[in-house]
Design a protein around this ligand. Sequence first.
Ligand code: SF4
Length: 322
Amino acid sequence: MNGPRRVLLPSPRSFCAGVERAIDIVERLLERHGPPVYVRNQIVHNAQVVGDLESRGAVFVGELDEVPKDALVVFSAHGVAPAVEAEAALRGLDAVDATCPLVSKVHMEARRASGAGDTVVLIGHAGHEEVVGTMGVAPERTVLVEGVEDVERLDVPDPGRLTYLAQTTLAVAEVERIAAALRRRFPGIKAPKTDDVCYATTNRQNALAAVVEEADVVVVIGSVNSSNSNRLVELARNAGTEAHLIDGAGEIERAWIEAAGTVAVTAGASAPPALVDEVVEAIAAFGPIEVIERSVAEEHLEFLLPQRLRGPGQNVKSEKSS
Ligand code: SF4
């Protein structure tokens, strides 16, 4: 290799506004009320974030019956079905909702479409927490499609009354492919007013797509259950580039780096920015590097905290992301 190894850092990468807000909610509750603060499911899909909050007194549970009566419980960024909110109320729990507002927007669309008599066709991955929550908005009026093959098999009560929606963290190109198949089979199907795949997922995919062809290997920082991180790995592999999903610097393998003149490092929306610095440092241990930032968009979006957690002067509206 002539000269230093190039390390490309596509931007945006790492934390999004919804993840920052969800973590902030748990941190503020820990500060105000002290531990334990119960959290239903992982607050965001990242092992380091969850481990860190756990060490400070957050208790992650799978179901509400694991939460003592009257205790404080946080709903994760992925959102919950209305039935879960009702159960929390019934059990007398003090629930704080950390659902990302962009997931809430999809819930609202599902409520509106099903309320108007449409069947909601949700594009998403079965079993993912966000999908479970969104399907729970109108369970008897929602069907799931995971791929184009499902569109061919789809059986709906009235093909003239359909709206499609999507999980926020999917591959933009895949959603477009499935939506096109839906439109071919059901020409009158309604689309969401604005894209459901969120700005953060879209920006991270666009940023990686802009550098992937220059890279010999792509390292994506994210946990194995992080949907948007997995989509970044797929994007690189679909472009013919070797790609690996890692939780942190300790998982980097010598062979990946030594064979590469150019390494691209990105991080899913739930992975802390500090992990990127650690990974770059670990790559530098294999020889001299030149770090190159490549930005395709700037993000300035901030979401308001729930009313009860806002400090003075925090009632301003959020800025738009570019
Ligand atoms: Fe919200 Fe998108 Fe971040 Fe998910 S990835 S928390 S939908 S901003």
